[in-house]
Write a new protein. Structure first.
Length: 558
């Protein structure tokens, strides 16, 4: 026997019982892909806290999407037996969320969990040149009476019958544990938004994509870039959820490399192992496709826009019904489409769609426990063990705050200033309206040299703290000499922000939230462009947030 983890000897083979402290039926959790591993681990919460049940993992590494799976299981510090030794653990129950693994040698009950919602997508069959329904076990196992397929809705049984799948007759409709965990975590919305650093006055737009060329990221790969460029940074945050098969077909490095510009602009890229459900809870709008995450967003009663719906989606399913009802996201005017979707959304708008996907809402975990414990001939010990909060959403470490902005601003006759800032890195921004000034503003430590050398406003490094006025005046003189294309430079001082103009004038700006340098500079820039000289006191606001009073004191008048 080739040991896959240090725990194998006490769990596999005829000698194993000699080393055990606990005794009980063994549940063999089978993983083949990262997606199926995450799903089966989530479902194992059914046995959480129960010393009567032993859990052992086995990894079938035959999938094209097997990358990351072994590491995920090893990070659990669980017992992972080699695939060829899977029968040596003497399983009383096999639990898996992959339909493609070899089930032939198991004589015990086998429960196949869905790793999405029902059978809503056609996928390539890795053994033939044909396509098959995602989630349905291979034909040679469809007549095995010991294999129980778990369904989230009775309509899926009828779908299987129409497809001629024999196991439709003994499939189990239990509801959806994932749906219940997402809905049950809604009370943590503000906490999840805080983890994502979404402000009280900001709206979170979540972009989600299934894998394959017909999904959102396959058909519109620059949509995340376009959204962070089109939505004002002070009023919006954008997060992206990609199917694990995207991550582990192309590699995490490739995914983050392709989305690097958007991440430099503040895109929140949600990792594949956890956080996507909490991100839906935190969302104000969901932009998606025919993948299951979009349906979960609709279930959460979030405004939904569809950006793709491939030919591989299955007619007559809940996803197809959502496609019929939801609005579609065109390529022009992204901001207006997002705002219209949120303002036009009616509470309960997608309740009928959710009803087509999820039976027994709120009871999925309990019904799954009844099924699994029943197959083990045990009484359910803790029926609420699966009703756990979702893990906090934590974006990938490559998430960065933007350090360069395209700024649109205007001022009226009363010296009130309105500002919108769009991250500059994606290079995709809306055109300003009539009477609106535009300028490029960049921190000195912005990594893209052209954004700094061509900026109208250069701000001292975002890592640099406030110093005395004299020290910062020295920096502003040097900065104006160094960045000869700049009209203004800005530096933090203890009293606020020091903004110096190329013509020799400089101003101390107080009252800007968090002494934000690009905003302080934008106030001065706008008033000078509009009126020639800043007012001593003005009102200013950025998109969608409360206005503030700005006090401007000349340090070196013109």
């Amino acid at each position: 026997m080739t040991a896959a983890s240090p725990y194998v000897r006490a769990n596999a083979g005829p000698d194993a019982p000699r080393w055990r402290t606990f005794d009980g039926p063994v549940v063999l959790a089978v993983a083949r892909t990262f997606t199926s591993a995450v799903k089966v681990v989530e479902s194992l919460a059914t046995f959480r806290g129960d010393p009567r049940v032993l859990v052992v993992f086995a990894f079938d590494d035959t999938s094209a999407f097997n990358a990351g799976t072994r590491d995920l299981l090893c990070d659990l510090n669980a017992c992972v037996v080699p695939w060829e030794d899977r029968l040596d653990v003497d399983p009383a129950l096999v639990l898996t969320a992959t339909e493609n693994t070899d089930l032939a040698e198991f004589s015990c009950p086998v429960v196949v969990l869905p790793h999405g919602i029902g059978f809503q997508k056609y996928v390539p069959d890795h053994r033939t040149d044909e396509v098959r329904l995602s989630g349905v076990p291979r034909p040679e196992f469809q007549g095995f009476p010991n294999v129980r397929l778990v369904l989230s809705h009775p309509a899926q049984r009828e779908q299987l019958r129409e497809a001629g799948v024999p196991m439709a007759e003994w499939a189990e409709v239990v509801g959806d544990l994932t749906r219940d965990r997402i809905a049950g975590s809604d009370r943590m919305r503000e906490e999840y938004r805080s983890h994502l650093q979404v402000g009280e006055d900001q709206r979170l737009v979540v972009v989600t994509s299934t894998w394959g060329g017909t999904g959102l990221i396959g058909t519109r790969p620059r949509l995340p870039h376009a959204l962070v460029g089109a939505l004002p940074r002070d009023g919006y945050r954008v997060a992206t959820i990609l199917h694990p098969n995207v991550w582990f077909a192309h590699s995490p490095w490739q995914v983050e490399h392709m989305l690097a510009d958007a991440q430099d602009a503040g895109l929140l890229l949600i990792p594949p192992e956890a956080g996507w459900g909490a991100s839906l809870v935190a969302a104000d709008c969901v932009i998606g496709d025919h993948g299951s995450v979009t349906l979960y967003g609709a279930m959460m009663d979030r405004p939904v826009l569809l950006a793709a719906m491939g030919e591989d989606s299955v007619p007559g399913t809940a996803a197809a019904e959502l496609a019929r009802r939801a609005s579609w996201l065109g390529k022009e005017g992204l901001r207006s489409q997002v705002e219209r979707a949120m303002s036009a959304h009616r509470p309960g708008q997608y309740a009928d769609v959710a009803d087509l996907a999820f039976a027994y809402p709120g009871r999925g975990g309990h019904r799954l426990a009844d099924l699994l414990y029943g197959l083990l001939n045990l009484r359910v010990d803790n029926p609420g063990a699966a009703d756990l909060l979702l893990p906090d959403p934590t974006p990938t470490r490559s998430n960065r705050a933007p350090t360069a902005f395209e700024v649109h601003s205007a001022s009226d006759a009363d010296d009130e200033v309105r500002i919108e800032r769009f991250p500059a890195a994606p290079r995709e921004h809306p055109e300003p309206g009539p009477g609106v000034f535009r300028h490029l503003s960049a921190y000195e430590d912005e990594r893209r040299n052209p954004l700094v050398t061509s900026a109208a406003v250069v701000c001292r490094s975002s890592r640099h703290g406030a110093e005395s006025g004299a020290a910062e005046e020295t920096w502003t003189r040097r900065a104006l000499a160094r960045y000869q294309g700049a009209y203004a430079v800005a530096a933090p001082v203890h009293e606020g922000a020091l903004v110096a103009l190329v013509d020799g004038r400089s101003y101390l700006v107080r009252g800007v939230p968090d002494a934000n340098l690009p905003l302080a500079a934008a106030v001065v820039y706008t008033l000078v462009r509009a009126h020639g000289e800043p007012a001593r006191v003005c009102k200013a606001e950025v998109a969608g947030q409360q206005p503030w009073e700005c006090r401007i004191e000349p340090v070196h008048p013109g």
